[in-house]
Design a protein around this ligand. Structure first.
Ligand code: GTP
Ligand code: MG
Length: 178
């Protein structure tokens, strides 16, 4: 017998960090250079066969970066059981916003056991290796430990780097609570 789960997962982070691109890579296996800002929220479904007995349906909520201060966030976050929090390694301001997003998330949603929802941090646009924050990435282990992230990955939606690994990590951490 296969066991099926349906999980609501949030994809959050500042404007233009690559949330929609990561989801498109995950769900449709495509990448576009063209930037079209998400308005409000978009929904996507990704089915992950965890093992022979476990099928996980992820309902991905792709939340526009510009929504962080909007008053719909509490509605968007409701009943989520996991999150991907994305920043852009070429723009330090998007990393500085990470703790604001994490604080918002933890203040608006928690698991039924009172714990914060498992959140994986994604350092996206890793293909732009000559830019920005990349030399600081080794420090993210301590940053994640200190700030309650279950893990982090250097990702590229463009080159399809580590996106499946990040989702796998998130699913494993969600299943621990399921
Ligand atoms: P909002 O919807 O406004 O919150 O933005 P978003 O986080 O959904 O960003 P989006 O996925 O639309 O990507 C913004 C821009 O970054 C687009 O031009 C993408 O092509 C580009 N981009 C996204 N991921 C990558 C990546 O891994 N590498 C590179 N080089 N560019 C990327
Ligand atoms: Mg988007």
């Amino acid at each position: 017998m296969q066991k099926e789960h349906l999980f609501k997962v949030l994809v959050i982070g500042d404007l233009g960090v690559g949330k929609t691109s990561i989801i498109q890579r995950l769900v449709q296996r495509v990448f576009s250079q063209h930037y079209r800002a998400t308005v409000g929220v978009d929904f996507w479904l990704k089915v992950v066969e965890r093992d022979q007995r476990t099928v996980v349906r992820l309902q991905l909520w792709d939340i526009a970066g510009q929504e962080r201060c909007g008053n719909m966030m509490r509605v968007y976050y409701r009943d989520a059981v996991g999150a991907l929090l994305v920043f852009d390694v070429t723009r330090a301001s998007t990393f500085e916003a990470v703790l604001k997003w994490k604080g918002d998330l933890d203040s608006k949603v928690m698991l039924s056991n009172g714990r914060s929802v498992p959140t994986v941090l994604l350092a996206n646009k890793a293909d732009q290796s000559l830019h920005g924050l990349r030399c600081q990435l080794p420090r993210l282990d301590a940053f994640c430990r200190d700030n309650g992230f279950v893990g982090w990955f250097e990702t590229s939606a463009k080159e399809d780097t580590n996106i499946d690994a990040a989702i796998q990590c998130l699913v494993d951490n969600i299943l621990v609570n399921a």
